[in-house]
Design a protein around this ligand. Structure first.
Ligand code: TXA
Ligand code: MG
Length: 346
């Protein structure tokens, strides 16, 4: 296939060649043969952005150090933050794990394919660049049909972080990745809006007791029902990059976010907008879904949309502190974290 380059898309400051065209984008009208081509390209060392049910991923062949290094440079992520390895099924996952405890088997049977990542001892074939030199690896079988087809055809484990610049909002629509990476990543697979909408729950099964590293839409309670008690990983100062999902400031739009509790004061300065769960407050506002699954599906898309509207602040009503909302509450807290880095990628 020849890649058409559309000159009019080039802009000063971006890479002169704009790779992203309708031709290398899979969508409902441009089906599976493009997945083949993207899978071949990935195997040979190119990057591919692919949809998952959580968020879009920026994928590289996890057996190639050079390919994985490109992920870090394109994303602007420190090499000390490990990536998740994506596989099409359980048997593929097991090839890359040094150990496979009973707890892993139980969780995999219950939640895969789906929004859960397991951290386990790793096999040497997964390049150290993908796991920041840790002896462990995060593994996941996503459920999005385009992701599964792509992973099956790739035939290699795919290391992929969320396809956003480091610390920024994750993408849940193909437009979000096109805007940011269209000029730099040749292969972008369009899988439509992500159905889950926030990143996977991450749990470590290494060590004496399982530890929750990042909450998500698979809740702590659901995990405990399957494997018993799980520790909560506290923010460990001594190992700041052991799990970047633990960083306080993460998942941030450029517009400052404040968390709003009903009955409390709204920010007074400038022009803002409130994302509400219940009835309105004075000023501009948007009603968000009351159902946590629907809320998660919408959240990043709404924030991406509002972020370009140049509000002075976005106030987000705090959701209930129940298990179904814990992943969302985590992302909202990080979006509102005070040590934000403002405009640029860290
Ligand atoms: O839903 C998701 O998980 C998405 C999609 C693309 O699969 N991926 C994603 O990747 O959110 P990323 O790189 O943005 O976040 C990966 C999370 C981080 O919190 C990272 O620290 C943790 O997984 N992680 C990965 N490997 C790990 C390891 N070996 N030990 C501890 N934490 C690990
Ligand atoms: Mg991420």
């Amino acid at each position: 296939m020849t890649i058409r380059q559309s000159k009019h898309l080039s802009s000063p400051g971006s890479t002169p060649q704009q790779y992203h065209t309708r031709e290398n984008c899979v969508n409902a009208e441009k089906p599976m043969n493009h997945i083949d081509q993207a899978a071949n390209a990935l195997r040979k060392g190119e990057l591919v952005i692919f949809p998952t049910e959580t968020v879009y991923g920026l994928g590289a062949n996890a057996l190639s150090a050079a390919a994985v290094r490109q992920v870090y440079s394109v994303k602007g992520r420190p090499a000390s933050s490990p990536l998740i390895i994506h596989c099409p099924d359980l048997s593929a996952v097991r090839r890359w794990c040094g150990e496979w405890p009973e707890s892993a088997q139980r969780l995999a049977e219950k939640f895969w394919p789906g929004p859960l990542t397991l951290v386990l001892p790793k096999k040497a074939d997964i390049v150290d660049e993908a796991t920041s030199g840790l002896g462990t690896v995060g593994v996941r079988v996503p459920s999005h049909p385009v992701a599964l087809e792509f992973l099956r055809k790739a035939g290699v484990p795919v290391a992929a972080p969320s396809a956003n610049p480091f610390t920024r909002l994750s993408p849940t629509r193909v437009e979000h990745v096109r805007e940011v990476f269209g000029a730099r990543v040749r292969w972008i697979l369009d899988g439509g809006p992500s159905a889950v909408g926030i990143e996977s729950t991450v749990i470590s099964l290494v060590g004496p007791r399982p530890r929750l590293l990042r909450p998500g839409m698979v809740s702590l309670r659901q995990l405990e029902e399957v494997i018993g008690p799980i520790d909560l990983q506290m923010l460990a100062q001594e190992e700041p990059h052991a799990s970047p999902g633990l960083h306080k400031a993460h998942y941030q739009p450029r517009t400052p976010v404040v968390l709003y509790q009903r009955g409390k004061e709204m920010p007074a300065r400038g022009r803002g907008i409130s994302l509400l769960l219940t009835n309105s407050v004075p000023g501009e506002s948007r009603l968000m879904p009351n159902d946590p699954m629907e809320y998660a599906r919408e959240l990043y898309a709404v924030l991406h949309e509002l972020d370009v509207k140049k509000f002075d602040w976005i106030a987000i009503e705090l959701p209930p502190e129940t298990a179904e909302w814990e992943g969302i509450l985590d992302r909202l807290t990080k979006a509102a974290a005070p040590n934000r880095t403002d405009h640029d990628v860290r």
